[in-house]
Design a protein around this ligand. Structure first.
Ligand SMILES: Cc1cc2nc3c(=O)[nH]c(=O)nc-3n(C[C@H](O)[C@H](O)[C@H](O)COP(=O)(O)OP(=O)(O)OC[C@H]3O[C@@H](n4cnc5c(N)ncnc54)[C@H](O)[C@@H]3O)c2cc1C
Length: 310
């Protein structure tokens, strides 16, 4: 959305009045083209903001909470090394879809800033170890043989009520169900996606039950063994895209926590470009000026925080 310049009193000053962000200092000073408002400071909002700012536009992110990152959120138990866990995204698959993520990280790593990124924001990719020999896995109280989880068959676990024709490795049963949809996407994404949307109204469990005619016992086996508990109630397109995207044996993560990525992006954008605690509840177009206004409320107090334009 393009914003009216007449900001309300409670938000931080506009970009013209504040020092340029580290990234803006790199690019030659060009007259700003547009004022762009972005709702949400998750990775998508931050990425859009960086791209736009790089092109000389003035950006402002309205974030409903008090932090950036959204579903990327590292929880640090203490200041000690490695005392954290990932509450959201934890690993980046080495897959084609995630090329954009690796490009973004490389871009930030290679930036020659006037001042380097603060040490607590520097980004280093390390391997994400999903499984290693000697890991213990228990499924329904049983310890299966040390093979990849996706190679486990129902009979390995004495799974009850499985008809003989379904006694196949979990990965094979899964690919029998979604392989053709994935192939369609790989051959021609536009057409494949249209085909996939035929099933948009179906949960994945319903699809397996009705289209694939898998017995419930087989579906329970698959959902458990493939660590997708509760995910079979997502839509078919969501599950298919997720499986396509995550179909890799090699994963990376960001050393010292994934939150470093959104935090580094916010740093590059500049503090004045992000308004925290601004849950957007309305977007308006002024009849007279034809400019866009935003109304946002603090998530706890429900105080009106800002209203731009009429
Ligand atoms: C538990 C978990 C594990 C995951 N693991 C992985 C993984 O290992 N690898 C992987 O690639 N992906 C993983 N994902 C998915 C990944 O985290 C998300 O796809 C990605 O972070 C989504 O980014 P986004 O910016 O699109 O949305 P979000 O991260 O959801 O960001 C949206 C932002 O908008 C804000 N917002 C929403 N409404 C408003 C409003 N009205 N006004 C103002 N602000 C608003 C929110 O507060 C939030 O900050 C995982 C997700 C979860 C939940």
């Amino acid at each position: 959305m393009s914003l009216d310049s007449d900001h309300g009193g409670e938000i931080s000053p506009s970009r013209e009045e504040t020092p340029a962000s580290p990234l803006m200092q790199l690019s030659e000073r060009r007259p700003p083209k547009l004022k762009v408002g972005i709702v949400g400071g998750g990775i998508a909002g931050l990425y859009a903001a960086l791209l736009l700012q790089n092109q000389g536009h003035l950006v402002r992110i309205f974030e409903g909470t008090d932090r950036v990152g959204g579903r990327i959120h590292t929880h640090y138990f203490s200041q000690e090394d490695n005392q954290y866990f990932e509450a959201g995204a934890m690993r980046i698959p080495d897959s084609e879809f995630h090329g954009i993520t690796f490009d973004l990280i490389r871009y930030i790593q290679l930036l020659k800033l006037p001042k380097p990124l603060p040490p607590d924001l520097s980004l280093k990719l390390i391997d994400y170890i999903l499984a290693a020999p000697g890991n213990f896995i228990f499924i329904n109280g049983q310890k299966p043989p040390e093979i990849a989880v996706s190679d486990i068959t129902p009979s390995t676990l004495n799974w009850p009520d499985i008809p003989a024709e379904y006694n196949k490795a979990a990965s094979v049963l899964m690919m029998d169900a979604i392989g053709r949809l994935i192939d369609g996407l790989k051959q021609n994404f536009e057409q494949g996606f249209k085909d996939l949307l035929q099933y948009d109204q179906f949960s994945f469990r319903y699809y397996l039950l009705t289209t694939m005619r898998y017995p419930s016992s087989v579906i329970d086996f698959l959902e458990t063994v493939l660590s997708q508990t509760n995910q079979f109630s997502l839509s078919v397109p969501e599950l298919v895209l997720q499986n396509m995207d995550f179909n890799t044996k090699h994963w990376y993560t960001i050393d010292k926590g994934m939150s470093r990525l959104p935090n580094a992006m916010a740093y590059l954008l500049g503090r004045e470009c992000i308004t925290y605690g601004a849950r957007v509840t309305g977007i308006y177009v002024s009849e007279t000026t034809k400019k866009v206004g935003v109304e946002a409320f603090g998530s706890v107090t429900r105080l009106r925080l800002l209203k731009i334009s009429s």
